[in-house]
Ligand binder design. Sequence first.
Ligand code: FES
Length: 206
Amino acid sequence: MINITINELLIWVKRGSTVIQACEAAGVKIPRFCYHDKLLIAGNCRMCLVEVGNSPKPQASCALPFLPNMRIFTNTALVHKAQEFVMEFLLLHHPLDCPVCDQGGECELQEQSFNYGSDRGRFFFFKKSLGDTFWGSLIKTVLRRCIVCTRCVRYTSLIGGSDIIGTSNRGGNSEIGMFKENALKTETSGGVIELCPVCWSGFTYS
Ligand code: FES
């Protein structure tokens, strides 16, 4: 066990954990989209940013192993501002159709946008609209709502043993896709429905 300070509270945590796990153990809630404790760490949504000691920039807590005597802050002005900006980017291309979305009221993205996002955005242009592709008999995609957290990619590769799903392009043009239509046939493929943070929007039962 080693000690670490979270919001000025000294706690002892198991060696080898990441900062997000230490915060969880201390009962401190960190918002996240791409992180899942049963999957490999991707660190691509940036929602879990925290302030570390004297570091000038906030860091992704899910990909940050902690060191002895590290000082973590999760509720500073810098962290709140960073989370607000990340939410703004995540919602850049997400349609504002919550009132008609199947998952409206039970959506992780909606909740976190409410808790950590700003009430206005600075980007005014047409949103990217992706067409849906047929992934298999269990899953119906609504890709225009996808925030590219890549949980489905890692789950299918790690648990399903298939590398058929992947991401293409970069930055705001990143998208989740399949190399071949109707090819998600692993026994565990239905799990992506539960894993998706915009679940029942990114993926729905067909
Ligand atoms: S949860 Fe840490 S970067 Fe996504």
